[in-house]
Design a protein around this ligand. Structure first.
Ligand SMILES: C[S@@+](CC[C@H](N)C(=O)[O-])C[C@H]1O[C@@H](n2cnc3c(N)ncnc32)[C@H](O)[C@@H]1O
Length: 338
């Protein structure tokens, strides 16, 4: 009797996943050169690169990346290869590859970049034209996404501490709930300028008496439009909503004019706040781009796990922060001695 055809014969992609999982770099190389697809997802939703990274197989991971395996593919539980590895060499390889890819992407497809906040890419114009609602612990947009939340208060206090290094001039871009501005006021700066573009947030600022504070100057409008009216500052904080990474990059290009020599710049570091590896990539990317402008960035780790309970997110459409540590950026002009 003739043997039944082997219904269990493995596809080249299944073989590739198996070779990646066991760290057999030679087999990975052979399979790739004979046409196995490195972008394949197996029946458990894993790519060959995820298998190689999970096992900490750096040589197999490198071969897969060189063959076009996507570093940013996500498993069914929302993890990328970089999240899955516990091997430092594989992590560094993935981080380096991701940074290079994003730097290239940044020059060819800037609009693809992620939003800088919880807005999930709601274009700024439509956010600024729609209603917001205020309650004691949050400001919400018209789609039930959080513009700002009370749990961030300790972070905002830390940002204020970072940018209020003397009694000089401080600029804050984006009022939200005014948490950072309250904290900035406690340092009694000589001048405290606040830019706010949303008409309802602006109206609320006035209602709360921000327009009557002696050292406060409110500039109503989009920072993109009002920048020519500004001076230069000893401390600057940037935290807007509904904008893209590209907008933040554009703001950074104004720093050499806006920030006085010796001044401190900081921004809300919410990029990809729902995925640890993507967040690490974007921390490095911003630091690299600031370095190209002549600024060094230090990240101060702040534990936030205790600030966040499931209850906090009730009624919020999207949990924009899911990581245990917040990395507060402190940027200063690089000096020659550095
Ligand atoms: C996340 S909130 C800021 C929260 C603030 N850091 C705090 O401590 O409460 C973002 C604010 O930026 C404002 N905004 C959004 N786009 C803007 C733009 N292009 N220029 C100025 N403000 C903007 C929003 O209306 C919102 O009030």
């Amino acid at each position: 009797m003739a043997a039944a055809p082997d219904s269990k014969a493995k596809s080249p992609e299944e073989l590739l996943c198996a070779a990646a999982e066991s760290g057999n770099a030679e087999a990975v190389a052979d399979l790739l050169s004979s046409g196995a697809d490195p972008t394949h997802f197996d029946s458990s939703g894993m790519t060959p690169l995820m298998h190689a990274a999970t096992g900490g197989h750096v040589a197999a991971s490198r071969l897969l990346l060189d063959a076009g395996a996507p570093w940013n593919a996500l498993s069914p539980s929302g993890l990328s290869a970089g999240d899955l590895t516990s091997d430092p060499a594989t992590y560094d390889l993935l981080l380096d590859h991701a940074l290079r890819s994003e730097l290239i992407l940044g020059t060819v497809a800037r609009r693809q970049a992620p939003p800088t906040d919880s807005s999930d890419g709601v274009p700024a114009e439509s956010y600024l034209d729609s209603r917001v609602s205020f309650s004691e612990d949050r400001v919400m947009d018209a789609e039930s996404k959080a513009v700002m939340m009370e749990w961030e208060r300790p972070l905002m206090e830390a940002h204020a501490r970072a940018v209020c290094t003397g009694a000089g001039k401080v600029l804050n871009v984006g009022f939200g709930m005014g948490l950072v501005d309250e904290a900035i006021q406690s340092y009694e700066p000589e001048e405290h300028t606040i830019i706010e573009a949303h008409p309802e947030v602006y109206a609320r600022m006035l209602k709360l008496g921000w327009g009557e504070k002696k050292n406060v100057k409110i500039v109503f409008g989009r920072w993109q439009d009002v920048i020519p009216q500004l001076g230069s500052y000893d401390g600057i904080f940037f935290d807007t909503y509904g904008e893209y990474y590209e907008d933040m990059r554009e703001f950074h290009e104004h720093l050499p004019k806006l920030l006085k020599p010796g001044g401190v710049y900081s921004y809300f570091n919410g990029l990809c706040g729902d995925n640890a590896f993507f967040h690490a990539v974007y921390c490095q990317l911003v630091a690299l781009e600031l370095a190209n402008l002549g600024y060094s960035t230090q990240f101060i780790p702040l534990p936030v796990k205790d600030c966040l309970s499931e209850k906090i997110w009730e009624g919020v459409k999207q949990k924009y922060w899911q990581l245990d540590t917040y990395y507060l950026p402190v940027c200063q002009e690089e000096t020659e001695s550095e």
